[in-house]
Design a protein around this ligand. Structure first.
Ligand code: AQP
Length: 334
C-alpha cells in the first residue's frame, strides 16, 4: 500500500500547557515537520466536552496557537488551525458515531478517569470524544499521529473505526489505519506530586506540573518541592521500579538532555536528590524559559495569531472537502 505519509495531531485549548504536553507531544511535532507533511490542530471541539468559559476559550485558542509557534512549528510549512473552523470535523464525527460501537467506547479508560464516580453527569460529548478524534485524523487520511501514551487507546479505536468503515462500505484501504508516534524516551510525564498520575492541566495543584509559561523562579520552586524519597540515585533502572517520583524526574532530565536514562544513571549514581534537583531545574529553565518568553511575546500580537489560524483553516478546509466529497458518496448521501 503506497499511501502518502501525513501527520495529524491536536492539542486542547484548555489553558496551562505544560511539560507533559511538550515532551509527550509538541516536541515530536517539531521534529516531524522536517520529514513529513503535517497538520496541527487546536482541538476546541474536544475542549468543550467539559464546560469552558467562552472568554477563556477564545484566549486559550490563541494561546495554544502561540505555543505551537513558540515551540518551533513553522506556520508556512505546516497547517495550523482550530478544529471548529472546519465543519468537516463535526460532519465526519457524526458519520463515525454511526460506525463506532458502544462496546468499544465503554472500554475507553480516559472517559472513566475524566467522568469520575458520577459518570451519569458527564456530557455525551466526553463519552463520544474518541469518535471525534478518529474523525479529526481520518478527515485528512492522516497516516501518523504523534501523541502521548495517554492517547494510545484512542488511536487504537481510530484504527478500528477506519477498518470497520472500509469493511462496511466495501472500500478496501479507503481510510489508512493511522499509527501512533510515541516519544522515544518519555511518552508519559508524571505529576511532580504523585509519580503514579500523569502531569495534567486539570490537576488542582500548580506544584504538580511545570507550565510552559512558568518563570525560572517558579521552576526552581516546583522542582524543590517535587516529591522524591531519601534514598540516593541508583546505578540501574531496576532499582527505580518502586520509586515512581524519582524515575519521573530522572526521565525528564534525560529527555531534555537528549540522553537515555542509563546514561543519566551513570552520571548521577550515588548522588542525593538535593544534588540532582538544582541540575534538573537548570536544564528545565534552559529549555522551557525561551519557549515561555516566545509565547508571552506572541500573545501581544493577537492579529498575527488570528491570521495564522485563518490561513490554516483555508488550507485544511480544501483538503477536508476533497475527502468529504468521496465519503458522502461512499455513505450514499445525495
Ligand atoms: N503527562 C503527559 N505526558 C505525556 N504526554 C502528555 N500529553 C498530555 N499530558 C501528557 C499529550 O499532550 C497532547 C495534548 O494533550 P491535550 O491537551 O489535548 O489533552 P490531555 O491529554 O487531556 O492533556 P492534559 O494536560 O492531561 O489535560 P486534562 O488535564 O484536561 O486532561 C496529547 O498528545 C497528549 O497525549
Amino acid at each position: 500500500m503506497s499511501k502518502k505519509n501525513l501527520v495529524f495531531s491536536g492539542v486542547q485549548p484548555t489553558g496551562n500547557l505544560h511539560l507533559g504536553n511538550y515532551l509527550g507531544a509538541i516536541k515530536n511535532f517539531v521534529s516531524l515537520q522536517n520529514n513529513m507533511e503535517c497538520i496541527f490542530c487546536v482541538v476546541d471541539l474536544h475542549a468543550i466536552t467539559t464546560f469552558q468559559d467562552p472568554k477563556k476559550l477564545k484566549k486559550n485558542i490563541l494561546e495554544t496557537t502561540a505555543v505551537f509557534l513558540a515551540a518551533g512549528i513553522n506556520e508556512n510549512k505546516n497547517i495550523i488551525f482550530n478544529q471548529s473552523s472546519v465543519a468537516g470535523h463535526s460532519e465526519l464525527a457524526w458519520i463515525l458515531n454511526c460506525v463506532s460501537r458502544v462496546g468499544w467506547l465503554n472500554r475507553m479508560t480516559q472517559f472513566k478517569d475524566k467522568a469520575g464516580k458520577d459518570k451519569e453527569k458527564a456530557s455525551v460529548g466526553l463519552y463520544i470524544y474518541p469518535n471525534l478524534m478518529a474523525a479529526d485524523i481520518l478527515l485528512y487520511k492522516a497516516t501518523h499521529v504523534p501523541v502521548g501514551a495517554d492517547q494510545k487507546q484512542h488511536l487504537e479505536l481510530a484504527r478500528d473505526i477506519a477498518q470497520k468503515f472500509n469493511n462496511d462500505f466495501n472500500v478496501k484501504e479507503f481510510f489508512p489505519l493511522p499509527e501512533a508516534l510515541l516519544s522515544k524516551n518519555i511518552s508519559r510525564v508524571m505529576s511532580l506530586r504523585d509519580g503514579t498520575k500523569k502531569m495534567s492541566k486539570s490537576e488542582d495543584s500548580e506544584f504538580s506540573r511545570i507550565n510552559l509559561k512558568d518563570n525560572p523562579d517558579d521552576i526552581v520552586k516546583k522542582i524543590k518541592k517535587a516529591k522524591t524519597d531519601s534514598d540516593p540515585i541508583p546505578d540501574n533502572l531496576g532499582d527505580l521500579k518502586e520509586r515512581p517520583e524519582a524515575l519521573n524526574l530522572l526521565n525528564i532530565y534525560s529527555d531534555i538532555k537528549g540522553e537515555n536514562i542509563e546514561k543519566t544513571l551513570k552520571e548521577m549514581a550515588g548522588k542525593d536528590f538535593s544534588y540532582f534537583k538544582p541540575k534538573l531545574s537548570e536544564t528545565l529553565i534552559e529549555t522551557v524559559s525561551p519557549i515561555g518568553n516566545k509565547i508571552k511575546n506572541l500573545l501581544k500580537d493577537e492579529t498575527f495569531l488570528r491570521d495564522v489560524i485563518k490561513k490554516g483553516k483555508e488550507k485544511a478546509n480544501l483538503k477536508a472537502e476533497e475527502n468529504l466529497k468521496k465519503i458522502r458518496e461512499i455513505v450514499g448521501f445525495v
